[in-house]
Design a protein around this ligand. Sequence first.
Ligand code: G4P
Length: 193
Amino acid sequence: MEELVSRIKKDGLVLNQDVLKVDSFLTHQVDANLMAAIGGVFADAFKGQQITKVVTIEASGITPAIFTAQKLQVPMIYARKAKSLTMNEELLTAEVYSFTKQVTSTVSISKKFLNETDKVLIIDDFLANGQAAKGLIELCQQAGAEVVGIGIVIEKSFQGGRQLIEDMGLPVVSLARISGFKDGTVEFLEGDA
Ligand code: G4P
């Protein structure tokens, strides 16, 4: 997605050899027009696949996911990392290990929002090692829902996430694919959409 790649070139900051800071338009301050365009591209990429729910994980997956859900006219569900006060019903849960942060967290979705009739599109902001996506896939599997595909805003192709998900037989659509960081600049592969 050319608009996204240009924005990363303009406003992305390479923090170290494997972390990109995009807090001015994606992970903290959010460019709503860019997110709306991203939602349109994901909706187009998966149109005709009878998606019934968009699933993501808090926090930064929520904005691209909500615009995708709006375009597809289906609900968006975000997995929670902490149990909410009102979440007193039965839960689907999965453990997510972050290689970056070296912590394991339990993520959950209420059982009442996903079932075996659902066809799910998973959306997330970053794909690094794929552990968050794997956890979301597990939640869908527990519900008996079918995962149709994974939409990623920024894929770090030099990490193992894409391979992990493709090995599960699931298609990945990444709007920006980063092959690496060289001398403080971002190098890209051809994106999927
Ligand atoms: P993984 O899920 O693909 O295995 O990723 P990993 O454990 O490596 O990443 C942990 C967190 O860091 C995730 O957010 C992920 O989105 C984010 N992340 C990974 N690589 C980058 C990067 O290069 N830049 C930025 N800005 N973020 C990155 P999180 O902490 O779980 O959630 P959130 O609350 O920040 O959305």
